[in-house]
Design a protein around this ligand. Structure first.
Ligand code: NAP
Length: 525
């Protein structure tokens, strides 16, 4: 099997009619074949029309049938074998082991949503039985469950070529919800996208799912993405990427005659608070953990700990000295794209020139193109509070340590922060009172608050929240990782006064799907 450069529009593998993109190996700068011509406006429309036509039949498939479909996608992705991983390495510069792990996570995500579908909790069935004798007015029979929103546009992410791209978390959760998906592949990894797209297409065929339940488009420039979000048949958007890209898609979605939700995961600096007793007890170990998390994957994670806050003093000095020593040893790593490398170099340059910021450490220089040299900076709380630019995300391995005069300034920094995906506290028992005072603020700022851990490494599970107030995401009520991500693509419908025979199966009186319903205010066993 070889890569073709074709898009997938429903059942057809077709060449795009727009400008072509070619992937670049960021480790060498080599241009990779084949060319991937982008979709024309008519081709975008065709994919959306097919998705809309598929929606009626697809949303009516049973949860068990959709679960089998997700399991089959996972099988087909695994069956791609080494070809997928080799192409992903060439297109992203990410290490082989990382991509093998990411493939495992992608398949686990698909299977986790299959399990969720089978368990049925996601339908959130609520029944309020009729009370015909109620005074002064009788109550009718009322029943609620969740239904699919409609076709979803998914934008592949540059930093997760598998787990947040063609068959990644957004696609898995939308398909689980009963929504057809039209993916716009990320420009940086079209070959990886084609392999995975073909795996999904095979699963569509094996499971006899309706044509149009999945399409894959390429595009150079923003036209394909904007056309997709603007198409009246698309009812929601899943995105991971830059703040500017996410905001552009939100604006396009809001400008439609029928505005739609955009679930954009955009930018975060993931503050880490080091409390005095913990810092005093283990500054070296904390420095080691911090640098490992900061430099993992060249820092190209949305949960990268880019900001560290602590009270000044000997313990913080010891931490900075240890972190400096660790970071100076860290090898340069290839970044995902020349564009991401340029943005990193320019942001780091601006920070190094900032009058109130001191560079304390640089990692090993690289000997090829697009190599990320890790960076560590220090500033004072007053400077951080005075300049909003100091809390802009630098995508890559760059950290800023903010030195505070006391606990009051630590709280002022927490209150000053924008919305975040995560906030981390390193503490000992003697720090509990100070941490307790900070927690109400952090709860308002972040989707996930961690104690004595590091924010990189996001578990795919039921309790995970990978979200947070703006600009971490465009909708603080949602998560894009974990089984609760399905809720983004569902909406509640209430059925009032229905005869049993006309009710959806999940809501029927005899509870044929054996769901744990909220029945007259009580959760069923
Ligand atoms: P990006 O530029 O936001 O692109 C992501 C996707 O959105 C691409 O498919 C892109 O396609 C599309 N897009 C971007 N701007 C658009 C616009 N104005 N209108 C319509 N579509 C648009 O992200 P990236 O390429 O992955 O990386 C660039 C920067 O994003 C990084 O340097 C980093 O700062 C940030 N980033 C953040 C995270 C995070 O998790 N926080 C993850 C990845 C990247 P086209 O360009 O083809 O239109």
């Amino acid at each position: 099997m070889t890569l073709t450069g074709n898009m997938l529009i429903g059942r057809q593998a077709v060449a795009g009619r727009g400008t072509a993109i070619r992937a670049i190996d960021p480790a060498t700068g080599a241009v990779l074949e084949p060319a991937y011509p982008g979709g024309s406006p008519a081709q975008v429309e065709q994919a959306c029309t097919l998705a809309w036509e598929a929606f009626t039949a697809y949303r009516e498939t049973s949860p068990a049938a959709r679960a089998a479909f997700l399991d089959t996608i996972a099988e087909e992705v695994e069956a791609l074998g080494d070809a997928l991983i080799e192409r992903a390495v060439a297109e992203t510069g990410l290490p082989l082991a990382r991509l093998q792990g990411e493939r495992g996570r992608t398949c686990q995500q698909l299977r986790t949503f299959a399990r969720t579908l089978r368990a049925g909790e996601w339908l959130d069935v609520r029944v309020d039985s009729a009370q015909p004798q109620r005074q002064p007015l009788p109550r009718p029979d009322l029943r609620q469950h969740q239904v699919a929103l409609g076709p979803v546009a998914v934008f592949g992410a540059s930093n997760f070529p598998l787990a947040f791209s063609v068959a990644g978390g957004d696609t898995a959760s939308a398909l689980a919800a009963g929504c057809p998906v039209v993916v716009k592949a990320h420009v940086a990894h079209p070959g990886t996208s084609e392999w995975v797209g073909r795996a999904v297409a095979r699963a569509v065929e094996r499971c006899a799912m309706p044509e149009g339940v999945f399409s894959l488009l390429y595009g150079a420039g923003h036209e394909v993405g904007i056309a997709l979000v603007s198409d009246p048949r698309i009812k929601a958007v899943g995105f991971t990427g830059s703040r500017s890209g996410g905001l552009a898609l939100c604006q396009a979605a809001q400008a439609r005659p029928e505005p739609i939700p955009v679930y954009a995961e955009m930018s975060a600096i993931n503050p880490v608070f080091l409390f005095p007793a913990a810092l005093h007890a283990r500054s070296e170990a904390l420095a080691e953990g911090f640098v490992a998390s900061l430099t993992q994957g060249a820092g190209q994670f949305c949960t990268n700990p880019g900001l560290l806050i602590a009270q000044r003093g000997e313990a913080l000095d010891a931490f900075i000295a240890a972190a400096t020593g660790q970071l100076e040893k860290s090898p340069a790593q290839t970044m995902l794209t020349p564009g991401i490398f340029d943005a990193f170099a320019s942001s780091v340059g601006a920070l190094a020139r900032h009058a109130k910021v001191r560079r304390v450490a640089s990692g090993q220089p690289g000997d090829g193109p697009n190599r990320c040299q890790a960076q560590l900076f220090v500033t004072e709380a007053d400077a951080f509070l005075a300049d909003p630019a100091l809390q802009a995300e630098i995508f890559g391995a760059a950290g800023l340590i903010v030195q505070c005069r006391g606990a009051g300034q630590v709280r002022a920094i927490a209150e000053h922060l924008e919305g975040q995906l995560t906030a981390t506290l390193h503490l000992d028992e003697a720090d509990h009172d100070a941490a307790r005072a900070l927690l109400p603020t952090l709860e308002l700022k972040a989707g996930r608050v961690l104690v004595n851990g590091w924010p990189t490494g996001v578990e795919v599970c039921d309790a995970m929240v990978h979200g947070g107030p703006f600009p971490a995401t465009s909708d603080a009520r949602s998560t894009s990782v974990g089984t609760a991500a399905i809720q983004r693509f569902l909406r509640p419908v209430c059925y009032q006064g229905f005869p049993d025979a006309l009710l959806p199966t999940a809501l029927r009186q005899g509870n044929p799907l054996q769901l744990r319903r909220l029945l007259d205010g009580q959760r069923e066993a």
